[in-house]
Design a protein around this ligand. Sequence first.
Ligand code: ZN
Ligand code: ZN
Length: 338
Amino acid sequence: MRIACAAFAVLLAAVPALAQNVKITPIGSHKGELCANDRAIIFEDPTGVRFLYDPAHNVTGGNDPRLGAIHLVLLSHMHGDHVGDLKLKAPGEGSCANSARVPAPNSTIAEVVAAKNAVAVTTRAMAGFVHNKVDAIHGSGAKPMDFCPTLSVNVPVPEACSSRIDLGGVFTARAQGAQQGVEFTTVYSSHVNDVAPSLLTKPQQDLLKADGAQLGYGPPIGFVVKFTNGLVAYLSSDTGVFGDMKTVISDYHKANLAVVNLGPNPGLFQSGAYAINDLLKPASVIFTHVNEAATEGGKLKPNTQTAALMKQVTAPAYLAISERTMEFDGKGKCVSGC
Ligand SMILES: [Zn+2]
Ligand SMILES: [Zn+2]
């Protein structure tokens, strides 16, 4: 009896610990790899709030079976590889360096928001675009998509809506019956916010082309997400290094996990070690958006830019391997799946 009680006590001690982790599951083009076009990541709070960060070119559409329940979709900026001007033809098709994709004229974010009746968490400027595309999917006669009535919602919401915040704004989503919500703050991103031209109307495309111009939708954004177990994740989006990584994101928000986009344009292959080691100082790092086939057989290829940067980063750094679920505790430590 005493042994049984002791075993039960051990079990009781173990169960809440497991339940208090945030689950992080990247969904990319090739299962078990980190590929060139991979960006999309699913997060699940212990209370059950689930959201998708930048659908990108990584979903086959709003009903991609890998998505499951999605309560919110985060949109960082309007570049085609984030808002989703293309969608995945099928997981595993094409190569890891160049996944097979087909056009998504309504954008993958609108496809997911419409299919899941989700909240689009983004700036008001970008929400305007999402509203129009979701309305196009719903067809004429349907009630137009609008901002959510409040900055704090219970999920799932009854109908798709968007967050009505701008740079620095805070939006909260709470699971039914939960004591506490998941808090999303939009933060600066040292990047541009030009929309993929193919997502615009033909007259708009022609006007822009005549002047060699790009159409921007206000500032691009990153996110700080405060989960109910204490994990504070900084989702960098595409960004160069900037001073607020220390002041706002580390000192003020106390982010303990940094999910960092790499790739050649913002220069983080060069400045990433300084940004992470000296400014952000997280407990752990996840790398995505590497713009190269970073792995083969699930293992990091040594002759890649990603491998070169990993060597310089002092915190434990993990790759956003497609369809592998990592679990993080409230202190930013990976406790499973890394
Ligand atoms: Zn970009
Ligand atoms: Zn990008």
